[in-house]
Design a protein around this ligand. Structure first.
Ligand code: F6R
Length: 241
């Protein structure tokens, strides 16, 4: 594992964006696994800026996102499709037909998951998978569980995740209780994992994930077994390291 210690959120974002842009430059038709949430926002802003400067070309890039809330349409401002479109897709020259997320509007979980698995198999393993880290150690929406998940599945969000994500909604009641998420096996199939972590509130969990036992109770702990993990975290997140 390589660790890049950033001074602050901006520095973390720039370092992460540099790694993503290196991937796009070295392999213009790469598959990028993408994440939503507040942590990657700064990295996306940098990528957009560098694209506008003419330094980056996304025309051949394929993207697969980690997850989507069950029940939300693409037009819903809280959906992850909307997030990706607002923060990246609509601002760069990516071909929208090459951007994939689970279909939140598919009410049948089995159908939604099979459909997304088929897409993931079709595009192949991500060259780079960007991940954020949940306060309970979740990656994607893979919540603490009895065993590690494999492929795309429907998950019931934990109380802690509902509370953490309520900040994006009018109130806690509005947070969907279920989501479709890429499974751990698929995440682990990525050639490179780029984990971004920021802030003191994540200091305990980032330490637990990498120094604690590998257990499905801390889903991110599985990353200890991945041969090519890059952790980009700011000083606050690494304060207990
Ligand atoms: C988002 C995702 C989640 C977030 C995690 C951290 O697509 O899959 O695992 O990465 O909840 O979220 P933030 O960055 O908002 O702290």
């Amino acid at each position: 594992m390589r660790i890049y210690k950033a001074k602050n959120y901006e520095d973390m974002s720039r370092k992460a964006a540099n790694i993503i842009s290196a991937q796009v430059i070295m392999k213009p038709d790469c598959v990028l696994g993408l994440a939503t949430g507040s942590t990657p926002l700064g990295a996306y802003r940098n990528l957009v800026e560098w694209y506008e400067k003419g330094d980056l070309d996304f025309s051949e890039v394929v993207t697969v996102n980690l997850d989507e809330y069950k029940g939300l349409t693409r037009e819903n401002p809280q959906s992850y499709y909307y997030f990706m479109n607002e923060n990246l897709f609509s601002k760069v020259n990516i071909d929208k037909d090459r951007t994939f997320l689970p279909d939140g509007t598919e009410p049948d979980s089995n159908t939604a998951c099979l459909k997304y698995n088929k897409i993931l198999k079709g595009v192949g393993a991500p060259d780079l998978q960007l991940l954020g880290l949940g306060h309970n150690g979740h990656i994607g929406f893979n919540e603490p569980a009895e065993h590690f998940s494999t492929e795309t599945h429907c998950i019931t969000l934990s109380e802690q995740t509902i509370k953490a994500n309520a900040r994006f909604f009018e109130n806690e009641e509005e947070v969907p209780r279920q989501a479709y998420t890429m499974g751990i096996k698929t995440i682990m199939s990525a050639r490179m994992i780029l984990l971004v972590v920021s802030g003191e509130a994540k200091a305990d969990i980032v330490k637990t994930a990498f120094y604690g036992p590998i257990t499905p109770q801390v889903p991110a702990s599985i990353l200890q077994l991945h041969p090519n993990v890059v952790l980009v975290a700011d000083e606050a997140a690494l304060s207990k390291w």
